[in-house]
Ligand binder design. Structure first.
Ligand SMILES: [Zn+2]
Ligand SMILES: [Zn+2]
Length: 229
């Protein structure tokens, strides 16, 4: 698994208020260990004494003598659990991946392919965003898992990446589908096809509305627009 994040070999800062009194818990935290997720709930632990053990976290098992012969919840199993709780390694069922947009490490479903977006870059459905080119306010329908150079612009002989206003954005940007917000003063009978048309923009062309310093019109006040992308 090329994208798997492993923790650096280190001891962890002791927690004063965990009530973890017993010696195994203290060693699990204080000793220098490195944890590498192998997938399927398995983790490889390099111990302070440079031994390598394998931990099956869902099963609570470890290949070390302490667990094999004494049957205890050893310091390696505890250490894996601690590192998951602290976000240093992914939990069972998840893997580390790079955010498609900014490269930050994110934990995603073990079987997920395609676009992964970190909390900062993700644009959930309904998010108001500003088009960097026009300053227009739009609303996110969805972030697709298709690249800008894979999606054709309807009625034009080019891809989203090739569209004139988009050439300065990365070709491999995920395509975001958007709508212009409906104008406030529009009655139900006045809704026209252009009000419901979806637009496809490269992700980097958009920024969250709250990231703008200048004053933006409130979503509900936004006037009708006929602007094409
Ligand atoms: Zn162990
Ligand atoms: Zn990101």
């Amino acid at each position: 698994m090329p994208n798997t994040a492993a923790s650096r070999k280190a001891s962890l800062v002791p927690l004063r208020e965990t009530g973890e009194e017993d010696a195994r818990s203290q060693r699990a935290r204080a000793e220098r260990m490195a944890v590498a997720p192998l997938g399927g709930g398995l983790y490889e632990v390099e111990s302070q004494s440079n031994e390598t053990y394998f931990v099956d976290l869902p099963g609570g098992r470890c290949t070390c003598p302490d667990h094999m012969f004494r049957g205890v919840r050893c310091k390696h199993v505890r250490r894996v659990a601690i590192e998951i709780n602290e976000g240093r390694v992914p939990p069972p069922g998840e893997k580390a991946a790079e955010c498609t947009s900014c490269g930050t490490t994110v934990f995603v479903d073990e079987n997920a392919d395609g676009v992964h977006l970190c909390e900062h870059c993700d644009l959930p459905t309904g998010t108001p965003v500003v088009d960097r080119e026009s300053g227009d306010l739009l609303v996110v329908v969805e972030v697709t898992d298709r690249r800008a150079d894979e999606v054709d612009v309807p009625d034009r002989d080019c891809t989203v990446a090739e569209y004139p206003n988009n050439v300065d954005y990365p070709d491999d940007d995920p395509v975001v589908e958007l709508l212009y917000p409906l104008p406030n003063d529009l009655g139900p009978g006045e809704i026209q096809p252009r009000h419901l048309r979806r637009y496809s923009f490269p992700l980097s062309r958009l920024e969250r509305r709250e990231q703008r310093d200048d004053e933006q019109t409130a979503l509900t006040d936004f006037p009708a627009t006929t602007q094409e992308e």
